[in-house]
Design a protein around this ligand. Structure first.
Ligand SMILES: CC(C)(COP(=O)(O)OP(=O)(O)OC[C@H]1O[C@@H](n2cnc3c(N)ncnc32)[C@H](O)[C@@H]1OP(=O)(O)O)[C@@H](O)C(=O)NCCC(=O)NCCS
Length: 158
């Protein structure tokens, strides 16, 4: 099964991306949120499309924010991984790694030097993915999620 990673197209991909989001994560967002994120940093929002069926197997959306560096560099631009999900049947084929690499490449072109993300403390698969990519635990944000679970904040230099 081969696939390619390309930029999210708000006009043609929104339903499929929302379906992936709803079937994979409890954090679901309204349509306008995806469109807004894509409009602000289009290169930072990618989808993985299966070559044979044209199915969208997964997506990743990111944002560029200004704030205090987690590495002590003062105020800086930071990349924020907002959401990534791969449909269950397409997992463990390296698609998430490819999407993360695409986001990182896009951020580097915008002169971003550091990235952060939140992940549920219980989400070992995602934590393993991020660790494999060089992210390190930074702090725990208690009761971050609406069901009361804490978020692990992970950071990486890019
Ligand atoms: C987490 C998720 C995005 C990983 O997607 P994926 O395409 O299967 O990940 P990859 O195939 O690129 O895996 C890369 C590495 O991540 C780690 N990993 C991925 N899934 C894992 C699992 N179920 N258990 C343990 N490690 C896992 C492994 O280190 C893996 O490398 P390996 O296959 O060589 O061992 C996917 O499981 C998913 O969509 N989960 C539900 C949504 C979610 O949790 N999103 C993250 C929210 S913060």
């Amino acid at each position: 099964m081969t696939y390619r990673v390309r930029r999210f197209n708000p006009e043609t991909d929104i339903e499929a991306v929302q379906n992936v989001n709803r079937s994979c994560l409890p954090e679901n967002y309204p349509r306008f949120f995806f469109i807004d994120i894509a409009s602000k940093f289009p290169e930072g929002f990618s989808v993985a499309v299966m070559d044979d069926t044209g199915d969208i197997a997964g997506y990743e959306m990111t944002r560029i924010e200004k704030g205090l560096s987690n590495y002590g560099f003062g105020i800086c631009k930071k990349g924020h991984i907002i959401s990534i999900a791969i449909l269950a049947k397409y997992r463990r084929r390296g698609i998430a790694v490819k999407l993360m690499q695409a986001a990182t490449d896009a951020m580097r072109l915008r002169d971003i030097k550091e990235v952060y993300l939140e992940v549920r403390e219980s989400n070992q698969a995602a934590i393993d993915l991020y660790q494999k990519l060089g992210y390190i635990p930074f702090k725990v944000s208690k009761k971050y999620y609406s069901d009361g679970e804490a978020a692990l904040i992970m950071i990486s230099k890019i």
